[in-house]
Design a protein around this ligand. Structure first.
Ligand code: NAP
Length: 280
């Protein structure tokens, strides 16, 4: 068997086109503020990508770039100002922040109805009880991709490798909402291979190149590789050995799988925020 490769790039383009069409019908334009602190090159690339996505979707965006040595008070003040600005439906503070800043306090300061990353504890709680306005972008992108390919998690055993607050845990929660039976694995899990071999849907989000070898994938399983690692040659790769495609029924490529979907979901969340603010 050779897996169907799930095309996140094409689907993300379709999602963004859908956002653009909806934006056109809004009474006033949705807006997204992107805050970047410091000069981390990877963060710069992500911020540029988000601005480009906004332009493509007809979403108004503003970028705020604070210097590396910005203080906690300056950053909090900026967030408070953006909280009050009606043009800005969403506020995204690009992570990671420089080490001297308190990430948690900053995320808490973002108004939950503008928290398009879905990192505020209020929104995390809403997700837990299934009443969320926003869904965290990466796990939401995974769910959308499964839907597009007609894969219903109901009754399936989903094994999520990774338990971070931004990927693993919310991914497990969204799978549960779709009636999957969920197992979460992490560094203290005993016999990861045995766990993975039980998965009808395997979501790899450990950030360890080569962690999931082909012999850890059940014949016919759906394999979603969230990770973005660099291999020894400096090439972008996931956690899953590409040879697993010989056993999987569906699989996501890296790059071109979950990454583009994450960006598209941010646009959808911005639209949701604008709806919350009565702009439709
Ligand atoms: P993270 O915060 O470092 O969390 C990694 C998780 O994987 C942890 O829970 C860790 O377990 C677990 N883990 C690490 N090594 C493991 C091992 N050998 N066996 C079992 N579990 C292991 O990372 P993250 O932010 O969730 O990101 C995960 C990956 O997804 C990264 O490659 C990141 O670049 C990628 N990512 C991609 C997107 C996208 O848009 N495609 C978005 C976000 C993240 P412990 O908790 O026990 O330490």
């Amino acid at each position: 068997m050779s897996a169907v490769m799930m095309d996140g790039k094409a689907l993300a383009a379709k999602v963004k086109e859908g956002v653009r069409n909806q934006v056109e019908a809004f009474r006033s334009r949705p807006g997204l503020a992107v805050v970047l602190v410091g000069d981390d090159p990877a963060s710069r690339v992500y911020v540029n990508g988000k601005k480009k996505d906004c332009a493509e979707c007809g979403i108004y965006s503003e970028e705020y770039h604070l210097p590396q040595e910005a203080t906690q008070a300056q950053l909090l003040e900026l967030v408070r100002t953006l909280n009050e600005r009606e043009e800005m439906d969403g506020i995204l503070v690009q992570l990671p922040l420089p080490a001297h800043l308190d990430e948690r306090e900053v995320l808490l300061a973002i108004r939950p109805d503008k928290d398009v990353d879905c990192f505020h504890p209020f929104n995390v709680g809403q997700l837990m009880i299934g009443e969320q306005s926003f869904q965290p972008c990466t796990p939401a992108g995974v769910m959308r991709m499964l839907e597009e390919y007609g894969i219903d998690p109901a009754g399936k055993h989903c094994v999520v490798v990774g338990r971070s607050n931004i990927v693993g845990k919310p991914q497990a929660m969204l799978m549960l909402q779709k009636n999957a039976t969920v197992t979460i694995c992490h560094t203290r899990t005993r016999n990861l291979k045995e766990m993975c071999l039980q998965a009808d849907i395997l979501v790899a989000a450990a950030g360890r190149a080569g962690l999931i070898t082909a012999d850890m994938v059940k014949e016919g399983a759906v394999v979603v590789d969230v990770a973005m690692n660099r291999n020894e040659a400096g090439k972008l790769c996931g956690d899953v050995d590409p040879a697993a495609a010989q056993r999987a029924s569906y699989m996501t490529p890296v790059p071109g799988g979950v990454g583009p979907m994450t960006r598209a979901m941010l646009m959808e969340n911005t639209l949701t925020a604008a709806r919350l603010h009565g702009k439709q």
